[in-house]
Design a protein around this ligand. Structure first.
Ligand SMILES: Cc1cc2nc3c(=O)[nH]c(=O)nc-3n(C[C@H](O)[C@H](O)[C@H](O)COP(=O)(O)OP(=O)(O)OC[C@H]3O[C@@H](n4cnc5c(N)ncnc54)[C@H](O)[C@@H]3O)c2cc1C
Length: 437
């Protein structure tokens, strides 16, 4: 009989059933002698109707976690060209440049784009329904020497040996643990739509409108536009505008006819800089017919004012509480958050795998493992936070009026982000582990 069989399992409570909470469960359930429950505030698990991209790190991570269905070609769409992103001219449709994968020999690990609900479903399929407790909004944690009690809004509570906080960008638990932490509006509000690609059939023979088969990033003088095919014969379109932070009153994840009209207006004409440097009304130019057709066809458009925050300065509390996902690094809006959450789950598994787990595992032992997890992940998250602050991703074009030359400079001058999308959490774990000896 194994030593674990004589001891009570380590009780793990995960707060939040987003990509972070779900992948944490799938990773940690592989540990010996654990009993894991997920507590989610929502009444039912449904994703926002938007697209999500996973880079090689996220896809390798899901493969390692055994979520093979996520790598299915029908669920996530990879660019046939093998370039993960193609940059196009806003008006002429000409290709201006493209990103490349650096070290991704297996095509299944090439960046793939999903409908969020499809990705959520394959994660949920890997988890028994009975361990997910819905309508359990956590309102606070009460740690003591040997355990942590999670209190819920409905007046109930549950006591666990380890609590993994995965309650997202607006984490209430992070706010309790780090009261001075603040999120902010990025000033970039996006309009997003996902619809069936068959709605574009009427353009099949068009000379002007191209039905996209790859992820395309159109770059214009004062904004960009993104479109990509998704699994399940869907297509996503994303655009937006820079809003004055204090005056942006768009609601989050709300669809309205008004949004569709605003979205169309944003991509009708743009002002370009006159060669002499002046902005003139006569320099207004039309966006490519493809862009306008893709927006006009969207049956429904939703708005998403961007939120962000600094990387939480501490991820481990009272030896038994750890932050993961957007709760730890609230920068998911930049398009890296899902892969980051998956890497968190793998690193947390690797850190806990090396200790004997039971309800009697001492706080000091757990704390060492959690600190190792933090030392693997936080430097990477900090580097990403610095990168985003430096490049001002959300605002680099918006509100400006780039000339044709400046548009080309923008495309050619973009930074290589392979260190983010192709991050190898195993290597990072090995390095942090060696340093901790
Ligand atoms: C519009 C949009 C587009 C994005 N596109 C991309 C992309 O293309 N690529 C990418 O990698 N990332 C993208 N991201 C970011 C990515 O979705 C997140 O970083 C990632 O899903 C990790 O989220 P999470 O699980 O930490 O948080 P969430 O997905 O927010 O999940 C948190 C969960 O916790 C629950 N919860 C919250 N508070 C409580 C509480 N008090 N008690 C119990 N439960 C609670 C919530 O209901 C939710 O289910 C995008 C984000 C947005 C908003």
């Amino acid at each position: 009989m194994s030593p674990q069989a004589t001891t009570q399992p380590l009780r793990v409570g995960i707060i939040g059933a987003g990509i972070s909470g779900l992948t944490n469960y799938i990773a940690l359930i592989e540990l010996d002698n654990v009993q894991i429950s997920i507590y989610e505030q929502a009444q039912e698990l449904k994703e926002i109707g938007a697209s999500i991209g996973l880079g090689p790190n996220g896809l390798r991570g899901l493969q390692r976690l055994g979520v093979h269905a996520a790598l299915n070609d029908r669920l996530g769409i990879r660019n046939p060209s093998t370039w993960p992103m193609i940059y196009k001219h806003w008006k002429t449709n000409a290709v201006l440049g493209y990103d490349t994968h650096q070290d991704v020999p297996d095509r299944l690990h090439h960046t793939a784009r999903f409908h969020r609900a499809h990705l959520q479903k394959v994660l949920l399929d890997a988890i028994p329904k009975s361990v997910i407790h819905l309508k359990k909004r956590s309102v606070g944690l009460e740690p003591d020497h040997d355990s942590v009690t999670i209190n819920f809004e409905d007046g109930t509570s549950v006591t666990q040996d380890l609590v993994v906080v995965s309650d997202g960008i607006h984490s209430a638990i992070r706010q309790q643990l780090l009261p001075d932490h603040k999120n902010f509006l990025t000033g970039w509000t996006s309009f997003r739509a996902v619809y069936d690609v068959s709605l574009l059939e009427r353009f099949r023979d068009s000379q002007e409108v191209e039905i996209p088969t790859e992820a395309l990033h159109y770059v214009g003088p004062d904004r960009t536009f993104f479109t990509t095919p998704l699994g399940g014969n869907l297509i996503a379109v994303v655009g937006g505008y820079a809003a004055a932070q204090a005056t942006d009153n768009e609601q989050w994840n709300v669809a309205s006819a008004d949004h569709r009209q605003k979205f169309m207006n944003l991509y009708k004409v743009s002002k370009t800089k006159h060669p002499a440097g002046r902005l003139q009304a006569k320099n207004k130019q039309h966006w490519a017919p493809t862009v306008r057709a893709l927006i006009e066809t969207a049956p429904s458009v939703r708005s998403y004012p961007g939120h962000s925050g600094s990387i939480a300065r501490q991820w481990v509390f009272n030896s038994r509480i750890v932050l993961t996902g957007d709760a730890a690094h609230p920068i998911g809006h930049a398009g890296f958050g899902a892969g980051m959450a998956i890497d968190d789950a793998l690193a947390l598994f690797m850190a806990l795998e090396r200790i004997q787990l039971s309800s009697e595992t001492k706080g000091t032992v757990l704390e060492n493992a959690l600190n190792l997890f933090q030392s693997v992940r936080k430097p990477h998250a900090d580097r990403l936070g610095d990168f985003l602050a430096r490049t001002g991703k959300a605002k680099s074009i918006y509100g400006k009026h780039l000339s044709e030359e400046q548009i080309l400079e923008w495309v050619n001058g973009r930074e290589n982000t392979a260190w983010i999308h192709e991050h190898d959490v195993n290597v990072a774990f090995g390095l942090a582990d060696a340093l901790s000896l």
